[in-house]
Design a protein around this ligand. Structure first.
Ligand code: OOG
Ligand code: NI
Length: 461
């Protein structure tokens, strides 16, 4: 019967993303201002760049952009991460990729929960970058134990949310009423709480160890710390921010501006200093402040193959070895280094640097109606039978993520660099393996080609 039918996971995710955005706009008004700026910039980009407009229309990517955003949260325990995986699964979001942030002196490791299939991404690509605290990287044993105790004594999910996760798993989905309640209850986990779980003294000790640890341990739950709309022209947004009273960080993370955007470029505005209250031993609340929440913008480009990614990493490392990000010469040097990265889709394809989605051109579709046809991809592209479009990079970049974390940790951000990946431990906590993003892009490319070849060889009568 209709009323008992399950709501599509894509719809639950879209509702949740909307609800999260509305909540964050209330909590952090500058996010609303940034959304308006991004909407204006995107409208201009689509108006001026007809090729981009056509490409996005052709790949069904246009509709998703205004609704597109990612958020980020940080959790404290394995159990919290485990339940989050189950919560996100209700909305069709799976853990993709493993990011080790210890390389930047940040004691967390992370994944991103996101939809995986092309059709699901096109309906709503909402993602959450999710980090797990690594208390084992804190040297002070007393402090570690104190933090652990606080974390063990909190419950970041409402009882109703936990029950609905169980129900979704048992039934294989949620009906409309349950889905609506699930969205409301799940949102509670990510709400900001100005009353801390701990007293000022412990807060200060955690903060001195690392600001991020204080952010993760001190509060009732993993408040959403930023929500990021997707822009089609990040340089225009960067320039536009100060005009609307928003103060951006100094540099855009990721690759430089290019004709054919690759991977991901990101910039953010500084975290707000917010009033919080510490829970003192005598039961009183003591006023203090905490900085955690900020805004970010992203521009997404084409996904790179392992070969392309290696070249990206090499050129970025080369730049960063010469100048620190944020120093005057950084951007010029970045542009100079990346001159070695081909900047046309033809070259990116010919050199096997990036992933493409193939489809039949109008001509190809016409031919496919009458005669069977075969040939190499090169030949079919040249003959104008196939067309290719960039596959959008849907993931994150560890060096950029570290830059985003750092920009919000203030000037005293840690500089200690101790690479210490621990993917197996992360996956054990998660209760699942993370998906390999490169395999996902390769599959998407291959599936698009298989579909083209099938259509070309099948002669209809
Ligand atoms: C996450 C920072 C990483 C991104 O877009 O790379 C991130 C955090 O600050 O919790 O969101
Ligand atoms: Ni982010």
């Amino acid at each position: 019967i209709q009323t008992n039918a399950f709501v599509a996971k894509n719809d639950i995710r879209a509702q949740f993303s909307q609800a999260m955005s509305a909540m964050y706009k209330e909590e952090v008004p500058a996010y609303g201002a940034l959304m308006d700026l991004v909407a204006d910039v995107n409208a201009v980009s689509l108006e001026q760049d007809k090729d981009l407009h056509e490409q996005l229309t052709h790949t069904d990517g246009l509709a998703r952009i205004t609704e597109e955003r990612h958020g980020a949260i940080r959790v404290g325990t394995e159990k919290e991460l485990f339940t989050l995986r189950r919560l996100f699964a209700v909305m069709g979001m799976e853990p993709v990729s493993y990011y080790d942030l210890s390389v930047a002196g940040i004691p967390v490791h992370s994944t991103a929960f996101r939809p995986v299939d092309e059709a699901d991404l096109n309906q709503n690509p909402f993602r959450i970058f999710t980090s797990l605290l690594r208390l084992e990287l804190i040297e002070d044993e007393d402090l570690r134990a104190a933090a652990q105790e606080v974390l063990d004594n909190r419950e970041i999910f409402t009882t109703a949310a936990l029950n609905l996760i169980d129900r979704a798993e048992a039934q294989g989905g949620l009906n409309a009423e349950d889905a609506a309640q699930f969205v409301t209850e799940a949102l509670e986990t990510f709400r900001w709480h100005s009353k801390a779980n701990i007293d000022r003294e412990l807060y200060n000790r955690l903060h001195d160890e690392h600001r991020l640890i204080a952010d993760i341990v001190s509060f009732h739950g993993p408040h959403i710390n930023h929500l990021t709309p997707r822009t089609l022209d990040i340089d225009a947004v960067q320039v536009g921010m100060p005009k609307r009273g928003i103060d951006p960080k100094a540099v855009i993370e990721g690759p430089p501006q290019r004709k054919c955007p690759i991977l991901l470029r990101q910039t953010s505005f500084k975290a707000l200093e917010e009033k919080v209250f510490f829970k003192q031993a005598d039961g009183s609340w003591e006023e203090g402040s905490h900085t955690a929440r900020f805004g970010e913008i992203e521009q997404r480009g084409i996904a790179l193959t392992p070969k392309g990614r290696a070249l990206y990493d090499e050129l970025l490392d080369k730049t960063r070895a010469a100048v620190r990000a944020g120093e005057g010469a950084y951007e010029d040097l970045l542009v100079e280094s990346f001159a070695a990265f081909p900047d046309s889709y033809e070259e990116l394809r010919a050199e096997g640097l990036a992933f493409f989605r193939y489809s039949l051109s109008e001509k190809g579709a016409e031919i496919a109606k009458s005669v069977g046809i075969s040939g190499t991809v090169d030949g079919l592209l040249e003959a104008g039978i196939l067309r290719m479009d960039p596959i959008v990079y849907e993931d994150f970049l560890p060096v950029s993520a570290a830059g985003i974390f750092q920009s919000n940790l203030g000037d005293g951000g840690a500089e200690v660099v101790y690479s210490n990946p621990s993917q197996a431990a992360f996956e054990k906590a998660l209760g699942a393996k993370v998906l390999d993003e490169l395999a996902l892009y390769a599959e998407l490319e291959q599936a698009s080609l298989t579909d083209c070849y099938e259509r070309l060889s099948a002669k209809s009568l």
